[in-house]
Write a protein of this length. Structure first.
Length: 426
């Protein structure tokens, strides 16, 4: 699919974003292994989160979905069934990594794979702790999907994350649900805590003390009614668009404001973004509120160390914003970008250069000078959803129309993106 995007005069209006992807994944998995029914409102319609539901269905869980309203008939901790065929996680690293923790504790062998992009993404970070817990996992070249997960009776462990990763932490905690005793994960840097919040919502006993998260095994998980807040990662594209296009004013309603995800708002505000947060409340343990953003020249900044890790998914659109900022954007300590859906350092650089924007690339990041002009160009998502959306935002500020090739990649996480962008005048 090709999207042709015209330069925008201003973006104006109010939007409500689809459900947070990270939370949707976790609710979908935990509701499946809880006792009784769970009704989930605003479950993400992105292909990644639908891959999670498809995998749970293949494991014998009955799921009724009417758009974002999803009813999951939980089967309990011991109720999953061996799938008739290999599970397909599609493009979703969240699905394959977190679900592996649940699959490792089953009494059967499960094979799970993904699309071409996912098959290039390393799984060693989950294979190592699950092996320590007693699972036996086979992988292509010892690291890549497809995985053959031979389930077994797992044992609780005390595990220190070598690299900050909410997905790996969640994988180990989910495996810990099936163990006798207490499983503990130690973090050197805090990661998003959606799993801890979701586990408590379903009735698990979870403790978080000084960088250590512990879960007590064999809890009585109970189905319940839940609402997924709007996705802050998706909001990043509209926040950047408003700061890029003069005269813009956008209100984003019902967004998840989890403090472990605050780095985006903090970083934008530190560069001069006029952000206001209104109507703050709580939903199912998650902080939610409305965000109001208006155009203002952004100063740019430096992303490194823990901030680079916290904003790893938002870096593509921040690179776009950095090119138009006063001081530009410097990104360091972000080698993880190389092993995302694409090598995002390379794909960001390629598209910026097509638009006539200078960028200097390093092994673990890049430098984008500020005060640059975007030229009309033919852009490419390279089948990466965040690249598709980031450069659709860049096209709003170009000197003429831009064509975005493989724009359908956005549907992996945000199928409503282009319609929502049009509704604001994009």
């Amino acid at each position: 699919m090709v999207e042709t995007i015209q330069p925008a005069r201003a973006l104006q209006g109010s939007i409500r974003l689809p459900g947070d992807k990270s939370i949707s994944h976790r609710y979908g998995m935990l509701a499946a292994i809880a006792e009784g029914d769970s009704r989930i409102h605003n479950y993400s319609q992105g292909a990644d989160c639908q891959s999670t539901l498809a995998c749970m269905r293949a494991l014998g869980v009955e799921i009724e979905a009417d758009g974002p309203e999803t009813l999951i008939h939980g089967v309990g901790l011991d109720g999953l069934k061996a799938p008739a065929a290999m599970l397909d996680a599609g493009n979703s690293g969240s699905t394959i990594r977190m679900l592996s923790g649940i699959l490792a504790a089953q009494t059967f062998t499960t094979r799970i794979t993904g699309d071409e992009s996912l098959s290039r993404r390393p799984m060693g970070r989950v294979i190592t702790p699950l092996t320590q817990m007693g699972a036996r996992i086979e992988a292509r070249d010892g690291m890549y999907p497809p995985l053959a997960i031979h389930g077994s009776q797992l044992r609780a462990i005390d595990y220190h994350l070598p690299v900050a990763s909410a997905q790996v932490k969640s994988c180990v905690l989910f495996a810990g649900l099936f163990c006798e005793g207490v499983t503990t994960v130690h973090e050197t840097l805090p990661t998003r805590d959606h799993s801890e919040i979701a586990l408590r919502q379903f009735g698990a006993e979870v403790e978080s003390v000084r960088g250590a998260v512990s879960i007590h095994g064999r809890p009585a998980l109970r189905g319940r009614e839940l609402a997924v807040p709007g996705d802050l990662s998706s909001a990043a594209f509209f926040l950047a668009a408003a700061l890029l296009v003069p005269g813009s004013r956008i209100a984003i309603q019902g967004v998840g404001l989890n403090p472990t995800r605050s780095a985006l708002m903090d970083f934008l505000a530190a560069g001069g973004a006029p952000l206001r947060v209104l109507n703050i409340g709580e939903s199912c343990g998650e902080l939610v509120g409305d965000i109001l953003v208006e155009y203002a020249p952004w100063r740019g900044g430096i992303l490194e160390k823990s901030t680079a890790a916290a904003l790893i998914d938002e870096i593509p659109v921040l690179a776009v914003l950095g090119a138009s900022s006063r001081d530009g954007l410097i990104v360091r300590d972000a080698a993880e970008l190389r092993v995302k859906e694409t090598d995002r350092i390379a794909t960001v650089a390629e598209n910026l250069r097509r638009m006539g924007v200078a960028i200097t690339v390093h092994d673990d990041g890049f430098e984008v000078p500020g005060n640059q002009t975007f030229h009309s160009a033919e852009l490419d998502s390279f089948t990466d959803h965040r690249i598709a959306m980031a450069f659709s935002v860049a096209a709003l500020a170009a000197g003429g129309p831009c064509r975005v090739l493989n724009a359908e990649a956005a549907s992996v996480s945000f199928p409503e993106f282009y319609n929502m962008l049009r509704s604001l005048g994009g």
